[in-house]
Design a protein around this ligand. Structure first.
Ligand code: PLP
Length: 463
């Protein structure tokens, strides 16, 4: 299996420009820390060795050891409420003083409060009450979702998207669709029965259908071939326990209208559960609390993580329709920090900040403004082949030729490093999509500051 471009590629490990950027930007203290980091951490792709070192993180900003500040439009999607939000830090401090751990078999008030709050959010999305398990990380919560679907359906197969990422555990890597995480030569066999299908992605439709100049699909012509293929596979396999997918893909791609409704219907017809992985997209990122709200298709199970811990502590959740509470005889989500009151307090405080500060609405408003400006950039820069996004999940697909849609990976890499030098951090996905995922607290002024940098970097690229 070859290692193609990665949808989850979070940094710039493999770039030839990396060493040049480091030569020009790193001071001796940073170099020494990077050397120690590299000496003591196991090396792995898109992680270690590191690019640079961080000294501070506050709001939308990160700062390196030399005091250089960057607007963090990447943030691993953990920083929805901004780094070091005072309400989140205060709640954690207070909880540390009051009760710092809950050993198994003891309920904790904070964990119950959090479960009640998340259950209410789930009910608002699906119309059905939810029950849940908490885990320490997103990958673990995906494993819980898969196990629950297996028990509830008596089936073991899953269907998920090529090019997707759902975490680094064995189950999560198996449903993920990226060679970087699935290479059998490296890690051996993965879970059996983890089938994959080409995802929706209109600009580069796997089924060969065209889009108009604004990137919109011609639904009368394509007739949602991508959703039909899902139905076809469910029918042929006949015994798929669950579909596991992100409602809006990280690349980013938003689904064509009607996609999830068609897939929801196919799931219903074939007794398959629909699991939405909303680990990066949930909690308001796309301008709705759940990304699935855009699509009118209620999942059976939703997985949340990342920003749930307020950008401070690790916590994730697998929330299911209450009627799926059928695995009580098994220990399928038996994690040490399952009801940790401190991580629960961080998550509760995060939910409070999102509600009180109107951050979902802010993400929708600032995101719509950004999308307008990105479309304007597309009109002025031929390098931009497609603009996509929803809320604060935004992407520019760079191409060397608009007709052929040839990926402009080299240009994307140059733009990324140029932007980094000017104080804007983001990542590329699939090698050529500039992917912006700023926090929900991003103001219009900060968005404009970032987009001015991006615009200048694209202009430099044009010569
Ligand atoms: C869609 C998706 N699912 C799951 C995960 C895994 O979460 P974690 O790294 O907390 O295990 C990620 C992390 O990037 C993700 O983007």
């Amino acid at each position: 299996m070859s290692h193609g471009p990665s949808a989850s590629e979070g940094d710039v490990n493999h770039s030839p420009r990396r060493a040049v950027w480091q030569r020009d930007h790193l001071d001796d203290g940073t170099r020494a820390l990077l050397a120690r980091d590299s000496a003591v951490f196991l090396h792995q792709s898109v992680s270690t060795p590191c690019l640079s070192a961080i000294a501070k993180a506050e709001g939308v900003w990160i700062e390196d050891l030399a005091g250089r500040r960057y607007l963090d439009f990447h943030g691993n999607n953990v920083h929805h409420v901004g780094y070091a939000h005072p309400h989140v830090l205060g709640a954690i401090r207070a909880q540390l003083e009051a009760l710092s751990f809950a050993p198994r078999r003891f309920a904790s008030e904070r964990a119950v409060q959090l479960a009640e709050a998340l259950s209410a959010k789930f009910q608002a999305l699906t119309g059905a009450p939810g029950k849940l398990l908490l885990t320490t990380g997103g990958s673990d919560a995906v494993e819980v979702a898969i196990k629950l679907a297996r028990v509830a359906t008596g089936r073991f197969k899953t269907l998920s998207f090529w090019d997707s990422f759902h975490g680094a555990g064995f189950g999560a890597s198996s449903v993920g669709g990226e060679s970087l995480f699935r290479d059998g030569r490296a890690v051996g066999p993965l879970l059996p029965g983890t089938e994959h299908v080409a995802p929706f992605g209109c600009y580069r439709c796997a089924y060969g259908h065209a889009v108009d100049a604004d990137g919109r699909p011609d639904l009368a012509a394509c007739r949602l071939a991508c959703a039909s293929m899902v139905r076809y596979v469910l029918e042929r396999e006949g015994d798929v326990a669950a579909i596991v997918a992100e409602p809006a893909r990280a690349v980013p791609y938003v689904p064509p209208p009607g996609y999830w409704q068609a897939v929801r219907e196919a799931c219903r017809a074939h007794g398959t559960l629909l699991i939405f992985d909303e680990i990066p997209t949930g909690l308001g990122k796309t301008g709705r609390f759940f990304a699935a709200e855009h699509d009118g298709a209620a999942p059976d199970i939703v997985v949340l993580g990342k920003a749930l811990g307020g950008g401070v502590l690790p916590i994730a959740a697998c929330i299911a329709r209450a009627e799926l509470d059928v695995a009580g005889a098994y220990a399928f989500g038996h994690y040490t920090h399952e009801k940790n009151p401190v991580t629960a307090a961080a998550a509760l405080a995060t939910l409070e900040v999102i509600d009180r500060e109107g951050l979902v609405e802010q993400a929708a408003r600032v995101g719509a403004h950004a999308l307008d400006r990105l479309h304007d950039m597309k009109r002025r820069h031929r390098l931009v082949g497609d603009v996509r996004g929803r809320g604060l999940l935004l992407g520019l697909d760079l191409v060397t030729d608009r007709e052929a849609k040839s990926p402009a990976a080299d240009a994307a890499d140059r733009v990324l490093y140029r932007a980094l030098s000017r104080g804007l951090s983001f990542k590329t996905t699939m090698g050529h999509v500039l992917t912006l995922t700023p926090p929900l607290i991003t103001t219009l002024a900060q968005m404009d500051q970032a987009l001015d940098i991006l615009d200048d970097c694209l202009a430099d690229e044009a010569g």
